[in-house]
Design a protein around this ligand. Structure first.
Ligand SMILES: [Zn+2]
Length: 376
């Protein structure tokens, strides 16, 4: 019986983290996909690579046989991070401090990817196979909402019995059983330009109109229902002595349920310019539908919690996560999805991003036990 060792697992994680892979850097993401491909070939997987074209790295798919045939497990992970190239050599070098291992993307979610691969190779090293076939799907564009990968994820999801997502765990190791929806909107105002000195009265300011719209949009936030609208970026004008012709803003909305998404969309699309001489356009952007906990997901969670108990590293409960993941797509299609199966840690998307080294062995074992025992 080969055992899992902390040192080896941390080394495996660091192999992923050492390659910087911000979403727009397709070569960086493809260096990660080359690593994933090598690991999948070692597992005896059949490989499929879907080109991400000029904008994105490739989707990498590895199919591993199980003891049984039929619809299997879709294991989802993403290879991209939000950290620009230079983060490793600058504000977030790889380092260990006590139980914490730091690095860009180590928590979200290269640690989880490395554990999933290690779990499969652990089974293989012990002469075992997953009970169901496992499709490992590595995504290049999750951090920008998976515009390229979404359709591919959905197509694969429908061929599988269930989906496991190794995004980071919640606090104390919580497993994600549902996720709120995320909707994005683009707002643009077009005014009437004029010289701000001599002809101010003839102008109609796009910025002034946008300022009013920002207040109206943010006023739609309803904390009691967890519906939030955030105007996250705003741009406008070209010169201080001109009444501005254009302004634009990006809105990021948390919409826990499909009915919230519908309500927010209707209200945003119905916005009218306060100044009739200014044109207002609202365009919907990427939408990640919510996934809600079904009886099948409850069963998956209960099974996982029982396995974690056996291992002696309990999961600390379930959670509904605010941010989106590719699990939103599989969950929204009704494919039983368990998310947040990755590492424990904190600081995603910041220069304090780290995982807890002590979770590596028990959480890898948990993944191996899931592959061995599912469907529950
Ligand atoms: Zn992530």
């Amino acid at each position: 019986m080969k055992t899992l060792e902390t040192e080896a697992l941390l080394a495996a994680v660091n192999e992923w983290v050492a390659i910087e892979s911000p979403t727009p850097d397709r070569d960086g993401v493809n260096r990660v996909s080359a690593l994933a491909e090598r690991l999948l070939r070692d597992l005896g997987a059949s490989i499929e690579r879907i080109s991400g074209g000029p904008d994105f790295g490739d989707i990498l798919i590895g199919r591993i046989a199980g003891e049984a045939n039929g619809p299997g497990i879709l294991l989802l992970g993403h290879m991209d991070t939000v950290h620009p190239v230079g983060t490793l050599a600058g504000p977030l070098p790889m380092r260990v401090e006590g139980d914490r291992a730091y690095g860009p993307g180590i928590y979200d979610m290269k640690g989880g990817n490395a554990m999933a691969f290690a779990a499969l190779s652990h089974l293989q090293a012990n002469g075992k196979r997953p009970r169901l076939p496992v499709t490992v799907m590595m995504i290049p564009d999750e951090e920008v909402g998976s515009p390229f990968s979404r359709a591919h994820i959905e197509r694969e999801a429908l061929k599988h019995a269930l989906a496991l997502v190794v995004e980071p765990s919640g606090e104390g190791g919580k497993i994600t059983v549902a996720r709120h929806g995320i909707a994005r909107y683009f707002v643009r105002t077009t005014g009437v330009p004029a010289h701000a000195g001599a002809y101010h009265a003839k102008g109609r300011s796009a910025i002034r109109e946008m300022a009013r719209q920002v207040l109206a949009i943010e006023a739609m936030t309803d904390y009691a229902r967890n519906v939030t609208l955030n105007v996250g970026t705003i741009r406008g004008g070209t010169h201080e002595n001109m009444v501005p012709l254009h302004a634009e803003a990006h809105v990021y909305c948390l919409v826990p349920l499909p009915e919230h998404e519908k309500e927010v969309r209707e209200r945003l699309m119905a916005l009218k310019a306060v100044d009739p001489d200014v044109k207002l356009e609202v365009t919907p952007g990427l939408y990640r539908p919510s996934f809600v906990k079904s009886p099948e997901i409850q069963k998956l969670y209960d099974h996982t919690a029982a396995l974690a108990e056996e291992i002696g590293y309990p999961v600390a409960g379930e959670r509904v996560a605010g941010g989106g993941s590719d699990g939103n797509f599989t969950g929204a299609l009704g494919v039983p999805t368990l998310d947040g199966l990755g590492v424990l840690g904190d600081g995603p998307h910041t220069h304090q991003e780290h995982l807890l080294i002590s979770c590596l062995v028990p959480r890898t074992r948990l993944l191996a036990r899931l592959f061995e025992t599912l469907p529950a």
